[in-house]
Write a protein that binds this ligand. Structure first.
Ligand code: NOJ
Ligand code: CA
Length: 557
């Protein structure tokens, strides 16, 4: 392994393997059916053994929970069902003690309508500082260029407030009024919230929905220069006061717009951004069994600043969004992955990874290993490491947010067995024949050499040996079959060849290695892959859906 230099340590997020979870559904420590911080702390050893290096916690603040906590009613407190601020402090200490960093949420585009700022604003005189915390109008005619995001439930971005006697602006649910970023007091208040969590010890903040901070007439109200200006001011605070922390941008926009959130030059906005443009192409490549969609999107994603990093993911707590695709590609993905109407939501697909890939372990592992191999830091959605399923009988996105399945015991290990059957879990545990907790759980996969969990653990451990994955450049290799993707990742003396068979059949291909590639060694005792080198060429045989990593010595370096 190449030892990390001091400069590398400052950009720790480039080597991160991130695990996304909701405290509410991860582990219930006190038996009330709701996950909590003490429960999460009791599972930190599991996360450490999984090999992830950073936890991203979904919103855990006081909230009416009409959008699972993205409707924040108090930015600087903890939802009482999950614990106290003291529990969060304790969790941070315990996570850090195990070498796990923590990214929390900063949901600043909007608040809950229950937030005291909104309650105050609706009573305040029009034009007053308090009123202006939000965006008001006498008509619904303004900002017509902004698309409706939750189009299955909302018909306008304006809602009437009888107390204020005016319409307020909201890009998401009607109970989530948008804050007014043209108001200096709002900008200052938001920076103070940011400082609060950084002072408490979180290592990073995911900036929810930040493409929509500012509104201007005659625009889409997305990605506006004023929005970027605010993000630069947030980054300046980090640089000056918290130099080792990160901002992670959640912007579901086309490649160039997304890339803009890293800022210009040396990178003066967010350190990280989710690679939304890549995600549906991964599924497209798997559906077609060909490399082209991935190659195209990676070529279309231009260079990013030296200190910037993509966050690469397959699934998350939302629907698998298709909103940035061309209509033909969107239709193809809907046909392939969401044939039934109940599988669809807004502009996307509300299913988990395992059901999307037909509960096929080699395909799940192929997709997961691709996220571990492509440029960026991978983000694993809790439960996907064991192949959890979804429950489409649940409303909205709850079907992909069911409790973590720890064991086959009553309550699935999510809650104390003694409470199962007495107390109802916050969301029903999956209990069907294929994906139910009796069949799919951590305990049964833990010691099983052939389980998905074991394979994912092994891949994460191997990835962490290679800084090239998080930091290296990518060079595609010419391959004789469109069904096989081959590329080399290289950082300093660390160099890895990746070859993936995206199709469902066996493949034997010839590929051309880039100049300077020395002896190749398998990084893994991988089943189903074989490579015969002959000069700058290699013949590779791959079983259906197999993916291989080979460490390459470099001839010139
Ligand atoms: C993006 C979050 O991921 C999603 O869950 C939420 O509903 C919206 N932002 C609104 O906050
Ligand atoms: Ca609890």
């Amino acid at each position: 392994m190449r030892p990390a230099s001091h400069a590398d340590a400052a950009t720790w997020y480039k080597d991160a393997v991130i695990y996304q979870l909701h405290v509410k559904t991860f582990c219930d420590g006190n038996g009330d059916g709701i996950g909590d911080f003490p429960g999460l702390i009791s599972r930190l050893d599991y996360l450490q053994q999984l090999g992830v290096t950073c936890l991203w916690l979904l919103p855990f603040f006081p909230s009416p929970l009409l959008d699972d906590g993205y409707d924040v009613a108090d930015y600087v407190q903890v939802h009482p069902a999950y614990g106290t601020l003291e529990d969060v402090r304790c969790f941070l200490v315990e996570a850090h003690r195990r070498g796990l960093r923590v990214i929390s949420e900063l949901v600043i585009n909007h608040t809950s309508d229950q937030h005291p700022w909104f309650q105050r604003a609706r009573q305040a005189a029009p034009g007053s500082a308090e009123r202006d915390f939000y965006v008001w109008s006498d008509t619904t005619d303004r900002y017509r260029g902004a698309r409706i995001i939750f189009r299955d439930t909302e018909s306008s971005n304006w809602s009437w407030d009888a107390v204020a006697g005016a319409y307020y602006w909201h890009r998401f649910f009607h109970h989530q009024p948008d804050l007014n970023f043209d108001h200096p007091e709002v900008r200052e208040a938001v920076l103070q919230v940011m400082r609060f969590w950084l002072d408490l010890g979180v290592d990073g903040l995911r900036l929810d929905a930040i493409a929509h901070l500012v509104e201007r007439e005659g625009t889409t109200c997305d990605n506006l220069p004023e929005t970027h200006a605010f993000l630069r001011s947030a980054r300046a605070v980090l640089n000056a006061e918290y130099p080792d922390r990160v901002l992670l941008a959640e912007v579901n926009q086309p490649p160039d717009e997304t890339r803009a959130y890293f800022g210009g030059g040396v990178g003066d906005e967010c350190h990280m951004a989710f690679h939304f443009p890549l995600m549906p192409r991964l599924f497209q490549a798997l559906a077609h069994g060909e490399a082209a969609p991935l190659v195209e999107i990676l070529r279309a994603t231009a260079e990013i600043p030296e200190t910037a990093q993509w966050a690469i993911f397959l699934r998350n707590h939302d629907e698998l969004t298709l909103s940035a695709l061309l209509p033909a590609d969107r239709d193809m993905l809907l046909q392939a992955y969401a044939p039934l109407p109940r599988m669809r939501l807004n502009n996307g697909i509300r299913r988990r990874l395992a059901p999307l890939l037909g509960d096929n372990q080699p395909r799940i592992l192929l997709a997961t290993t691709l996220t571990l191999s492509l440029p960026g830091s991978p983000v694993i959605y809790y439960g996907d490491e064991i192949g959890m399923g979804d429950n489409m009988a649940l409303a909205d996105r709850d079907g992909v947010r069911t409790p973590m399945q720890w064991s086959a015991a009553p309550g699935g290990g999510f809650m104390p067995a003694a409470c199962a059957g007495v107390v109802r879990p916050v969301l029903p545990l999956l209990d069907d024949a294929v994906y139910g907790y009796r069949r799919i759980n951590v305990a049964s996969q833990d010691g099983d050499a052939h389980s998905l969990l074991t394979a994912v653990r092994t891949r994460i451990r191997l990835r962490r040996r290679h800084p090239a994955f998080g930091r290296g450049r990518l060079q595609f290799c010419a391959v004789s079959s469109p069904r096989v993707l081959a590329f080399v990742r290289q950082y300093g003396s660390d160099c890895v060849l990746v070859v993936a068979n995206l199709s469902r059949g066996d493949e034997t291909v010839r590929l051309q290695l880039p100049a300077g590639i020395g002896e190749l060694a398998t990084s893994d005792r991988l089943a189903g892959v074989e490579l015969q080198r002959s000069g700058s060429d290699a013949a590779v045989s791959l079983a259906s859906s197999a993916i291989g990593w080979w460490t390459a010595a470099q001839q010139n370096g």
